[in-house]
Design a protein around this ligand. Structure first.
Ligand SMILES: C[S@@+](CC[C@H](N)C(=O)[O-])C[C@H]1O[C@@H](n2cnc3c(N)ncnc32)[C@H](O)[C@@H]1O
Length: 246
């Protein structure tokens, strides 16, 4: 069973998979995660698979399938709560486009706020953040993301540096946040504003929390949440999950 793998992962994992494939009937390998004999119930969800086919354009995007499952589960749980949805760290808008389609977000009665510099991680927020080649600053990025979400009246694309940009638009009450900026300073800056606005039962999915590359984020976020009586659930996907207590 194959769910998409990028080239560099392929090289590292091939010999491991040679062993697991011969021992087990159902092996998942993608996004630096290998599992054996798991149900993978999300792949039985017709709408989830249809959305993946519609929105994912590359093997790398398809490989994020388990992370998307986490996000869709959390976002769906939060649909019934008061408050709006947010993503800080949007890049090309892949995860949010997936969510808007999978959840029929246009009918939700909520607004989705999408915040990004659309020019990469600001210089002064890069400590502890390995910046990938290209640095998320593709030519025409902002315009392409605005165009991507133009069909949805309840999605706002806001360009600027988090947290300063919240002055240009930030919901009063927040039900769901996807935090994905690959920067400890940016994410703590965001949480300092957002956490108090998160309603009880509201959820935060921290995309980078469990990755060794971004340990600076885990350390800073553990400290932030502990000071507020919360703990992060580290997921095998590399994500972290926080549920706001009442
Ligand atoms: C890993 S990408 C986000 C991927 C995205 N969630 C997706 O669905 O593909 C990280 C993004 O965070 C943005 N970013 C980093 N620091 C930021 C800051 N302080 N303010 C706004 N955006 C920031 C970068 O510009 C980049 O687009």
């Amino acid at each position: 069973m194959f769910y998409g793998l990028n080239q560099s992962e392929g090289k590292v994992l091939n010999h491991v998979l040679g062993i697991t494939d011969s021992l087990y009937k159902k092996v998942f390998h993608a996004d630096m995660l290998i599992t054996c004999e798991r149900c993978l119930g999300f792949m039985d969800d017709k709408k989830f698979v249809e959305t993946l086919k519609k929105i994912a354009k590359t093997a790398q995007e398809r490989s994020l399938v388990w992370r998307l499952h986490t996000q869709m589960w959390a976002a769906n749980q939060c649909l019934g709560l008061p408050g709006d949805f947010m993503e800080c760290g949007v890049y090309k808008g892949y995860c949010s486009d997936f969510m808007v389609n999978y959840l029929d977000f246009a009918k939700s009665g909520k607004t989705l706020f999408l915040h990004d510099t659309f020019e990469g991680i600001p210089e002064d927020q890069r400590a502890g953040s390995p910046v990938r080649p290209g640095g998320y600053s593709d030519e025409g990025l902002f315009e392409s993301v605005v165009a991507r979400f133009q069909p949805y009246a309840n999605v706002k694309v806001i360009k600027g540096k988090v947290p300063d940009v919240f002055a240009d638009g930030c919901p009063e009450q927040i039900a769901y946040l996807h935090l994905d900026m690959n920067s400890a300073a940016a994410e703590i800056g965001a949480l300092e504003v957002i956490f108090d606005k998160l309603v009880p039962g509201g959820m935060i999915v921290l995309d980078d929390y469990g990755w060794e590359w971004y340990r600076a984020q885990k350390d800073a976020e553990d400290k932030f949440f502990a000071a507020r009586g919360h703990r992060v659930l580290e997921l095998p996907t590399g994500q972290g999950l926080v549920v706001k207590q009442g």
